[in-house]
Design a protein around this ligand. Structure first.
Ligand SMILES: Nc1nc2c(ncn2[C@@H]2O[C@H](COP(=O)(O)OP(=O)(O)OP(=O)(O)O)[C@@H](O)[C@H]2O)c(=O)[nH]1
Ligand SMILES: [Mg+2]
Length: 533
């Protein structure tokens, strides 16, 4: 197959939303309908039940929430799909935002009973800013839901995006029976299966088909017909160009847990979503067909496989062809490295992969020098700067209560730090050697504790730290200047791992006050110069 053909069959997308809208459940059902799993697992699995493929971490299974993004690559209907399930909780949003740099489109899941929730709105803004096409899945129609017309109106009003219903719910709550496909004018009526483990049996027919009509009560039927007429009257048509420009979103209704509408979403999404496109690098466009291989690392994860205990760097291929054993230029070290251990990833399973094309996400093992944001390429002039950085807002000391396990504690913490979801700071002029952790949200600390224990056998104890704000000082500031700064009560100077000086404040107010009283030491919310220009 030619490289152009390989690119055109790639679909790389993320599933995003506010916590609990059903991303992981929908992911699992897309795998079921895509033929990648035979039996769908559940996020609320009990003993002897199958858990979902994407929530494979122990803590995820225990809590029933997603903590870390998951990559799932599979083939379906001639397409090579790279699907990324993301965590919804804002404490884990750094991971989600990084994933958004690596995809070509997203499926935004909305809980139809709740409408647009705050985290969905934030993620939507990031997608809009990046011009990423958005497909919408109105989930949980099997529960009492908002009026579907109101939901569409909310998309337009709250998000300011056009909404085109591709299909329409038939009934809702207990009476939710299926969806009407407006493209083909067919009703799809589903039956529920126990636990939604298997595909839902479906009967399909036109609106006047007696076999289908006979399955609906008059109220549901009449209401659906009336709503469909209203939609037709509005006269909108599916506008591919508007979707690709991120100005309009195709809307699909359904229920992930019951498998209603999943097939229609999968097929509709694949038909209308874009293959990989060019990436802009310092004003130059690098097209996927560019003859040189290039890609960037957007995620690192340690210990995915308890048998291996290694770390995987996830790279999104942007141009050219990847071949195992190829030698590439590594931007951070400016050295040549040979990529001999490359993997296709499916949840926590991996399989050696010999070649990959633009759009693919592959896992590279055995390179400790790889960091998030690094570019790998056969053309050293290519350098991607895709990865956004976040300012920590939560701070806590992490004690090691068991000195006999010092080595495990240090090593575990070091490896988890490499994943880039937490960082450590060291107080200036302090004898305290306890690491001070900083993260976007406090749940990250619990994840660190849990993983230290389960993956490295090291216990730990958290102690709250009094700060809520961190600001970076100019990286080249002199020691004498640091000595001369007038710090508000409770504020402290510290260093990040790159030895860049920061100031920790107890309140936003005191950070502002510092800014006014120390004009010679301007603050910034991110370290300047730590990302190489
Ligand atoms: N009634 C109903 N419940 C659903 C449906 N889809 C998902 N759920 C339930 O909603 C809850 C959350 O589902 P998840 O798939 O874990 O949600 P998520 O968006 O992945 O959550 P995070 O990853 O933690 O942000 C679970 O209890 C699911 O069983 C649905 O179609 N109908
Ligand atoms: Mg999830």
């Amino acid at each position: 197959m030619s490289i152009a053909k390989e690119i055109s069959r790639r679909r790389t997308f993320a599933i995003i939303s506010h916590p609990d809208a059903g991303k992981t459940t929908l992911t699992e059902k897309l795998l079921l309908y895509g033929g990648a799993v035979q039996l769908a697992g559940s996020v609320t699995a009990r003993k002897n039940q199958r858990a979902t493929t994407s929530d494979w971490m122990e803590l995820e299974k225990k809590r029933g929430i997603s903590i870390s993004s998951t990559v799932l690559q599979f083939d379906y209907d001639g397409y090579r799909i790279n699907l990324l399930d993301t965590p919804g909780h804002k404490d884990f949003s750094e991971d989600t935002y990084r994933v958004l740099t690596a995809v070509d489109s997203v499926v935004m899941v909305i809980d139809a009973a709740k409408g647009i929730e705050p985290q969905t709105r934030k993620l939507f803004e990031v997608c809009r800013h990046r011009g990423v096409p958005i497909f919408t899945f109105m989930n949980k129609c099997d529960r009492p839901m908002k009026n579907p017309l109101e939901l569409l109106d909310e998309l337009e009003r709250v998000l300011g995006i056009g909404a085109f219903p591709v299909n329409w719910p038939i009934g809702d709550g207990f009476d939710f029976r299926g969806v009407y496909d407006r493209q083909t004018s067919q009703m799809h009526l589903f039956e529920r299966t126990v636990g939604g483990q298997y595909r839902a049996p479906v009967s399909v027919g036109g609106i006047d088909d007696p076999a289908v009509r006979g399955q609906l009560d008059d109220t549901t039927f009449n209401k659906t017909v009336e709503e469909l007429e209203m939609l037709e009257h509005a006269g909108e048509v599916f506008d591919d160009a508007a979707v690709l420009a991120g100005k309009s979103t195709p809307v699909f209704f359904g229920s992930a847990s019951n498998n209603f509408g999943v097939q229609l979403l999968l097929d509709g999404f694949l038909k209308h979503s874009p293959p990989p496109k060019s990436r802009v690098m310092s004003g130059t466009e690098i097209s996927p067909e560019h003859p040189q291989f290039s890609g960037f690392i957007f995620k690192i994860q340690a210990n995915m496989d308890p048998k291996h205990r290694d770390r995987i760097a996830f790279i999104r291929v942007c141009s050219g062809k990847f071949e195992r054993d190829m030698t590439v230029h590594h931007s951070r070290s400016e050295k040549k490295v040979r990529l001999s251990s490359s993997h296709k990833i499916f949840g926590n399973e991996r399989e050696t992969v010999d070649e990959a094309y633009p759009g693919d996400v592959i896992g590279l093992v055995g390179h400790d020098s790889f960091g998030i944001g690094d570019t790998l390429t056969t053309d050293p002039r290519i350098l991607y700067k895709e990865i956004p950085r976040f300012t920590p807002e939560a701070f806590s000391y992490l004690h090691n209560p068991n000195t006999a396990k010092y080595k495990q504690f240090r090593q575990g913490l070091e490896q988890l730090l490499q994943e880039g979801v937490i960082q450590t700071l060291y107080l200036r002029n302090s004898s305290i050697k306890t690491p001070l952790l900083a993260a976007v949200g406090p749940l990250q600390f619990e994840v660190v504790q849990f993983r230290l224990e389960s993956e490295y056998g090291a216990e730990s104890r958290l102690e709250a730290a009094p700060w809520t704000v961190v600001r970076w000082l100019p990286t080249d500031i002199q020691e004498e200047v640091l000595d001369s700064l007038s710090l508000p009560t409770g504020a402290r100077i510290a260093y990040d791992l790159g030895k860049n000086p920061v100031v920790l404040f107890q309140t936003e107010w005191s950070a502002n006050y510092f800014g006014e009283t120390n004009k010679h030491a301007p603050l910034s919310s991110l370290p300047i110069q730590t990302v190489r220009e």
